[in-house]
Design a protein around this ligand. Structure first.
Ligand SMILES: Cc1cc2nc3c(=O)[nH]c(=O)nc-3n(C[C@H](O)[C@H](O)[C@H](O)COP(=O)(O)O)c2cc1C
Length: 120
């Protein structure tokens, strides 16, 4: 399962392309099964509040983080939401991609997804 946050549609677009089981973070309060988190990056490289709140309640089942950002915001801030969450909770950052990313990004995500769900 991928739990995703998307404000302007890029992350939602990618999730649809991946074709993996997914739920909008706005529709989930508590999840008791392993999942990957896919978030966008907010201003000054911050974690979107809805994601922050969700992770406080659900970080323990999160097996990996995927982040979308935009390099125009500068190297230090690019996709930083993913770095912040990975560091805070000690969860692997699987992929950092720009806007809607590339097919190569999608392959990396899918490979990780399948490797995790073979184990659990
Ligand atoms: C107000 C605003 C602030 C943003 N700040 C950053 C930022 O600091 N770093 C970054 O990498 N991307 C930043 N972005 C870019 C988004 O993270 C990026 O466009 C992402 O693909 C959006 O995903 P979504 O369309 O699913 O919401 C910002 C976008 C907006 C609209």
């Amino acid at each position: 399962m991928i739990i995703y946050a998307s404000r302007t549609g890029n992350v939602r677009y990618i999730v649809q392309k991946l074709g993996l089981p997914a739920k909008d973070i706005a529709d989930v309060d508590k999840i008791d099964a392993p999942y990957l988190l896919f978030t966008y990056t907010d201003g000054l490289g911050s974690v979107p509040p809805i994601v922050d709140q969700f992770m406080t309640a659900n970080y323990n089942q999160c097996k990996g983080i995927i982040v979308s950002g935009n390099r125009n915001f500068g190297h230090a801030f690019f996709g930083r939401a993913g770095d912040l969450l990975a560091t805070k909770y000690g969860i692997p950052l699987i992929e950092k991609l720009e806007l809607r990313g590339t097919l190569s990004n999608y392959e990396t995500i899918k490979n990780y997804y399948y490797s995790i769900w073979k184990e659990v």
